[in-house]
Design a protein around this ligand. Structure first.
Ligand code: DGL
Length: 358
C-alpha cells in the first residue's frame, strides 16, 4: 500500500504529538543549573595531547566548556557565566566575596535550581569551604575542576563537569552543603582536600570520608555533613567588600618567630599556626604568639599533619593563653573560618564555639 489510510495518518500524527509533548515535558522538568566559570585547568590547554603538566590554565571560556559536553543538555537546562578567568593560586578574598554574592543572588531566583562552579584545583577546597559558610540556600552548589587540561588524552574535565551538573540538578544534593565533585566522587566542602599534585584521584577526604559517588548518571549518598553549613550559617557577606587579614605561619624544626612577627607588624588581625603534631608550639614562636595575642591578634592553633583533632588545652594551655584550637580544620580552612568569625566578633570564646559548630 503506497499511502496509509487516513485512520493511520491520525494515529501517526497522534504518536508524533505525544512524543514531542513528552520531550517538551521532559525539557520543562529539567532542573535549571547555572555554571559559574572561574578558570583553572578545567579551562586549560596544553601544547600536545600528552601535556599533562606545564600547560596553561584559564584559557577556555565557559561556553566552550559547555559545548564540549553536549550530554549536559540531557541532565539539566544549563546556562553559563564567566565570573573570572584565573589560575586558582591567584584566588583572593575579593574574588570570594564577589562569587558568594553572585551565588546568593542567583539562588534567590526561583528559576535557578542549582549552581556549578568550575575552578582551579589548587584552591578549590578553600573556595568550597568559604561558600559552605556563606551561601544562604539549601539549593545545591557544586565545585568541580580537572587535573588534566581539556587538550590532554583522557582529560578528566568533561566527565567531571557532566557529573557536577548532574549532581547540582539532583534532589539528592539539596541541603547537603557545598559539594565537590571530582573523579566520580562526592565530597563535603569542609573536609575534602587536594592530596596529589597532579593525578586525577587527587581529591580525597582521608579519614572523615567522602559523602558518596556519582555512577551511571545518578548520585549516591552514604553520609551527610555533620557540621552546620549554608542555610544554617551565621555569617553574612552580602554587604562586605573586604575581609579581615588572617595569615598562616608554618611550624617545623628550628623555626623562629621572624615570619610571624612580620605578619603581625603588617597588620594581621588573626594568625593560624600550622603546628607540628597536635598543634605544638616551638618556644620562640609561642612567645611571639603570646605577644601578638596581647596586641589583640586572634590566634588559632592548627596542625600541618592534615588529619585528627587539634585538642584544646592539649599541646598548649589555650585557656591560659586565650588561643583557639582548630578542631579538625586544616590551616587553610581554619584561616577561612577565622576570617569570617572576625567579621562578627573578636571574642575568643565565641570563636572557639564557631570552630566547634562549623
Ligand atoms: N594553576 C592551577 C589552578 O588553577 C592548576 C591546577 C588545576 O586547576 O588543576 O588551580
Amino acid at each position: 500500500m503506497l499511502y496509509p489510510q487516513p485512520a493511520r495518518w491520525c494515529k501517526a500524527l497522534l504518536a508524533c504529538a505525544m512524543l514531542l509533548s513528552s520531550y517538551a515535558g521532559a525539557a520543562e522538568k529539567l532542573a535549571h543549573v547555572t555554571i559559574l566559570a572561574t578558570g583553572g585547568t578545567i579551562a586549560g590547554s596544553g601544547a600536545t595531547s600528552t601535556t599533562t603538566v606545564g600547560y596553561t590554565a584559564a584559557t577556555v571560556g565557559v561556553n566552550q566548556l559547555i559545548a564540549a559536553v553536549p550530554e549536559l543538555a540531557k541532565v539539566a537546562d544549563v546556562k553559563g557565566e564567566q565570573v573570572f578567568q584565573i589560575a586558582s593560586e591567584n584566588m583572593s578574598n575579593e574574588h570570594w566575596l564577589k562569587l558568594a554574592q553572585r551565588v546568593n543572588t542567583l539562588l534567590a531566583q526561583p528559576d535557578v535550581d542549582g549552581i556549578v562552579i568550575t575552578h582551579g584545583t589548587d584552591t578549590l577546597e578553600e573556595t568550597a569551604y568559604f561558600l559552605d559558610l556563606t551561601v544562604k540556600s539549601r539549593k545545591p552548589v557544586v565545585l568541580v575542576g580537572a587535573m588534566r587540561p581539556g587538550t590532554a588524552l583522557s582529560a578528566d574535565g568533561p566527565i567531571n563537569l557532566y557529573n557536577a551538573v548532574l549532581l547540582a540538578a539532583s534532589q539528592e544534593a539539596v541541603g547537603k552543603g557545598v559539594l565537590v565533585a571530582m573523579n566520580d566522587q562526592i565530597h563535603a566542602a569542609r573536609d575534602v582536600t587536594k592530596t596529589n599534585t597532579s593525578t586525577p584521584d587527587s581529591f580525597k577526604t582521608p579519614e572523615l570520608g567522602m559523602l558518596g559517588y556519582i555512577q551511571g548518571n545518578k548520585p549516591y549518598f552514604y553520609h551527610v555533613p555533620a557540621r552546620k553549613h549554608t542555610a544554617d550559617t551565621e555569617f553574612d557577606v552580602s554587604k562586605l567588600s573586604a575581609l579581615p587579614q588572617v595569615d598562616i605561619v608554618y611550624g617545623y624544626a628550628n623555626v623562629g618567630p621572624v615570619a610571624l612577627n612580620a605578619l603581625v607588624a603588617a597588620g594581621a588581625k588573626g594568625i593560624v599556626h600550622a603546628g607540628v603534631g597536635d598543634g605544638s608550639l616551638a618556644t620562640p614562636v609561642k612567645a611571639a604568639l603570646v605577644a601578638a595575642r596581647k596586641q589583640g591578634v586572634l590566634i588559632v592553633r592548627s596542625s600541618r599533619v592534615g588529619q585528627g583533632i587539634v585538642a584544646r588545652n592539649g599541646e598548649a594551655n589555650d585557656d591560659e593563653l586565650d588561643f583557639v584550637a582548630s578542631d579538625t580544620l586544616n590551616p587553610q580552612k581554619a584561616r577561612i573560618l577565622l576570617m569570617l568569625a572576625l567579621t562578627k566578633t573578636t571574642d575568643s570564646k565565641q570563636i572557639q564555639r564557631m570552630f566547634a559548630t562549623y
